[in-house]
Design a protein around this ligand. Structure first.
Ligand code: ADP
Ligand code: MG
Length: 694
């Protein structure tokens, strides 16, 4: 068996590989591009391309692909072989031009009306800040994707731009504070990823999971997650084998897979990597989700990344742990031992508090999806209300600043285990708050409202941009101050005072919080259409356009795509339900017939034999079937009506308020019929089979 350090990154065109394989001058030029964003010369690109190709071919690659992240929400790839005709045969070639620029036919990717299909040209451009890698016989080159006329068509470009913006603004502020040695800051992200594993054979029999990623019918199993026996429980052999192979595949790709464990719901698990810079973390998270699904196939399993595959047990999310570090190695969100004296930390904290308050709508919008609508506010994930948790210590500090009072730190206490053989240890200064959407966790913020399948580029480019904007305002307010120290203190105090409503340290799942948040004037956007209604507000357009993250037209395109995707997903779900209903009805009739036959046979034998048991079930099911048919017809009508609406926002509301509501009603009757009939007569595997089948 290969040792992990040797295996790690073995499929990555890493810095080490580049140093070994590139001429010194080429390596230096490339480093400059990666570190300082300097443009790359074509002659340099040719040398890099050739070295990359030789390296990839040695690892068995025959093709290369520009790998990108269009607005579909999944990654895209088109493979070209390295072959070039030569004499009677071929040689393997790869040019700098092919490395730098690709031209996929972009006509079928969502563009939100930016392009018509007749002007379908799209370009992919190499992103040298994220390393290339070999997978399944192809050299993968991470790229950004834009249209012929330069419109941004992907998720990566805004992220890269937002990182640049945040870096520039943070550096200006740091220089003001005297940290002139800092030349760049980078945002770091560690995404914790939840998922479900189910048996492939069961999956094959569930039309709903295959087409929509979730169950549209399904009676609750007698057992769910109430015993909390799955959370951190001992990992089953088959799952452990899967996790082991998954880790190895991820390590080969240079992904820092670190933690794995069972999650709350039966069949639910989690994987967390060690954090890296935002764009690499994004690429790695996309790769992780893909590899999770591929490896599952090899184990006769299916990996579900939907936010709510099963009703009645927890769904899956993703925690976006986020921080900012300087190129001199300092984490700007580290409060240090004496946060009350750490002006720099307090200034950055104030910027983040202000950003989260002023752009709470954007944070909510960025995690909105048809799948995540099932989780937010359902007491298994943070509510749809965005707020921040700072922990008791920091909260006390912020309030002492607001009130101009002295601050007394609760110094980290020693935890006494009370058992001699166990070592005493220092407690963390604050406990965790699992209910907060945006929690400070020691030296980073954990944005906890993301859905499991979300591309993390979106929340991160929004977060980076809004913080960049606040830092820009801070710099403007401070740059000409006569007494800088006093000005900073006043700014911190004013900012905390003005935005304290966004800070909430209590239980975010409680009804009191919903009422309190309303009193504070915080938004409570319960579904995607409600959230998206705020997307095109003047302040949001201004934010993205002034920082050159995207144009107003590009932003509108994103808005339209999000709404369209939502409507299409609900449309597919509704049609799938109707299709399943057509299988459920005859199955129930067959069962009713069996009971009827049995009752008639009993009666034929003797009038004295009671048949009440059969009669009760026959009656109940026959009534439910009528109801079921009526609701199915109503659902069909609702779908037709919603589909006919032109305006995307209005349409999304119709899908939410009419179609989705009807689906819930239909499901309820369907599930109650499942509860009444023999399990082998039901046409689909049960929740027991699905959740406890591995
Ligand atoms: P949990 O939330 O389950 O308690 P941890 O606190 O161990 O998990 O960390 C969660 C994630 O936060 C990990 O992926 C870790 O690498 C990441 N993380 C730690 N420090 C930082 C940082 N400075 N920036 C971004 N992510 C970080
Ligand atoms: Mg976490």
């Amino acid at each position: 068996m290969t040792k992990v350090p040797e295996m790690f990154g073995s499929m990555v065109f890493s810095d080490k590989v580049m140093q070994e394989r590139l001429p010194k001058a080429t390596y230096k030029a490339l480093k400059k591009t990666v570190e300082n964003g300097e443009p790359l010369d074509e002659s340099v690109a040719n040398v890099v391309a050739n070295a990359m190709k030789d390296w990839a071919v040695e690892l068995g690659a025959t093709h290369f692909t520009h790998w990108f992240q269009p607005m579909t929400g999944v990654t895209a790839e088109k493979h070209d072989s390295f072959i070039q005709p030569h004499g009677d045969g071929v040689i393997m070639e790869f040019s700098g031009k092919e490395l730098i620029k690709g031209e996929p036919d972009a006509s079928s990717f969502p563009s939100g009306g930016i392009r018509a299909t007749f002007e379908a040209r799209g370009y992919t451009t190499w992103d040298p800040t994220s390393p290339a890698f070999v997978r399944d016989g192809s050299l993968y080159i991470p790229t950004a994707f834009c249209s012929y006329t330069g419109e941004v068509l992907d998720k990566k470009t805004p992220l890269l731009r937002s990182m640049e913006r945040l870096s520039a603004e943070a550096v200006r502020v740091l220089h003001l504070l005297g940290k002139t040695e800092v030349t760049r800051v980078a945002t770091t992200v560690g995404p914790e990823q939840e998922y479900f594993l189910i048996d492939k054979e069961m999956y094959e029999q569930r039309e709903d999971i295959k087409l929509t990623g979730r169950t549209l019918f399904g009676m609750k199993a007698p057992k769910g997650q109430e015993l909390s026996d799955h959370y951190f429980g001992s990992i089953k052999t088959r799952v452990a084998a899967y996790m082991r192979e998954l880790d190895e595949e991820l390590w080969k790709l240079g992904i820092l897979a670190k933690t794995k464990h069972n999650e709350v719901a039966p069949s639910q698990h989690e994987l967390a990597p060690i954090f890296s810079t935002s764009n690499i973390a994004t690429d790695h998270n996309e790769l992780t989700m893909e590899v999770m699904q591929k490896v599952a196939e090899r184990h006769g399993l299916v990996c579900l990344l939907h936010e709510k595959p099963f009703k009645g047990v927890n769904g899956s999310g993703k925690h976006n742990n986020w921080s900012i570090s300087t190129n001199t190695g300092e984490n700007l969100l580290n409060p240090g031992k004496n946060p009350e004296k750490n002006t720099q930390f307090l200034l950055f904290l104030a910027a983040i508090v202000k950003a989260v308050d002023e752009y709470q709508d954007l944070l909510r919008i960025t995690v909105a999806s048809a799948g995540n609508d099932h989780r937010l506010g359902a007491n298994e994930a943070p509510p749809a209300i965005i707020s921040m948790y700072l922990g008791d210590d920091l909260d006390a500090l912020v309030h002492s600043i607001i009130n101009g009072e002295d601050y007394h730190s609760h110094k980290a206490a020693l935890m006494q285990t009370g058992v001699d053989v166990l070592a005493d240890f220092k407690k963390d200064k604050s406990d965790r708050n699992r209910t907060s959407p945006f929690a400070f966790t020691g030296n980073k913020f954990e944005f906890r409202a993301l859905g499991s399948s979300l591309n993390i580029a979106c929340p991160n480019y929004m977060l980076n941009t809004m913080v960049a904007e606040e830092l820009r305002q801070f710099y403007e307010a401070l740059k000409d101050a006569d007494d800088l120290d006093a000005a900073i203190k006043a700014l911190i105090k004013d900012t905390f005072t003005a935005h304290q409503r966004i800070i909430f340290n209590g239980d975010n799942y409680s009804d009191e919080w919903v009422a309190e948040a309303e009193r504070r004037g915080l938004l409570n956007l319960k579904s995607l259409p409600e959230a998206l209604s705020h997307f095109m507000e003047e302040k949001n357009i201004k934010l993205f356009t002034t920082h050159n993250i995207c144009t107003e037209q590009e932003l509108r395109a994103r808005y339209e795509i999000d709404l369209e995707t939502y409507c299409k997903q609900l449309n597919i779900e509704a049609l799938t339900m109707l299709d399943m209903a057509r299988n459920i009805t005859p199955a129930v009739s067959m069962f009713v017939r069996e009971l009827t036959d049995a009752a008639l046979a009993k009666k034929a034998l003797s009038d004295a034999i009671p048949v009440t048991a059969e009669l009760n079930i026959i009656n109940s099911l026959a009534e439910k079937q009528e109801q079921f048919a009526k609701l199915a017809a109503e659902l069909e009508e609702a779908v037709c009506a919603a589909a006919a609406i032109e305006d995307n926002l209005e349409k999304a509301f119709a899908y939410r308020n009419d179609v989705f509501a009807k689906m819930e009603e239909l499901r309820e009757v369907g599930d109650s019929m499942e509860a009444e009939i023999a399990s082998d007569c039901w046409p689909y595997p049960s929740y027991t089979d699905l959740l406890f089948g591995v």
